[in-house]
Design a protein around this ligand. Sequence first.
Ligand code: AHM
Ligand code: MG
Length: 333
Amino acid sequence: MYTLGEFVINNIDHFSYSIEELLRLFSSIKLASKAIHKEVNKAGLTKKIMGSSGITNIQGENQQKLDDFAHRAFIQSFKSRNVVCGIASEESKDFIVIKGKKENPIRNQYIVLIDPLDGSSNIDVNVSIGTIFSVYMRKSPIKMNLTIEDFLQKGKKQILAGYIIYGSSTILVYSTGNGVHGFTLDPSFGTFYLSHPNLCFPKTEKIYSINEGNYAKFSEGIRKFIKYCQEKKENRPYTARYIGSLVGDFHRNMIQGGIYIYPKTASSPEGKLRLLYECNPMAFLAEQAGGKASDGKNRILDIVPKKLHQRIPFVCGPIGMVSKLEEFMENCE
Ligand code: AHM
Ligand code: MG
């Protein structure tokens, strides 16, 4: 049984960037995710990690203690191991530059964008949550200061994207542009083992995932698509499944065949999910798994980001289901 480290080394021929940096990055991601796994699993036993931190984060949302713990765990792990030159996190306003010491300046070329703990409304109720990460090569020359342009790159420029789901087991899923592969943490050894090689959306279209409580706030195209999903015709009605954790909903849909939708609503006219921390990495994985991701009209990976915390409507899943939704959107404009 391959460990994550062994698998990465054996499946890296297609990768044209620094493998040494990639391996160091993976070891930081593994370390931080194991720390979070440990905290998530004892959350009910300690008040230290449950509930709100009392802070309103940059998203204008009530930050949970575990959001803050996860943010610190990743930043600390990336910083102390000198694995990247810059980090942007959903939990902090500005990007963070990692320069190293004057006598030993950092020469790393990767920048990482991260949602340290996604689905935080599920933390206190023992429902799956996740970490989402996304990696790019810096655009600016290595000896210059990082600029915002290093972070505002199109999603198709990602060289690595993935997530960790803290669910009934902890699973790390990633792609470097050569398929999507999943690794389950064996907590007794603290090792991730290959459990889901070559993940692909199946041929069966089975599930639709959307917060239907917002039905009255959706556009006509989305409302019609929901009715289409519920219609008794051909292979429909589809089953409705919605956790409210993007990572959990995506993971299930990729394995069982389903579409995830977070459209714009009357109260969130730009959508809710963040382009850089949530949509781009999931879109990269969706395409690598033979699926499709869009904002209802445009390919997510082609969108030029305008700001770090930009929100956007998001749809992803099997190509047929996403294309059908786009058809409804187009016909209702
Ligand atoms: P978060 O980053 O604050 O946790 O928000 C993102 C989450 C997604 O994981 C999830 O799909 C969505 O928000 C759920 O939102 P809602 O409760 O509005 O359905
Ligand atoms: Mg999030």
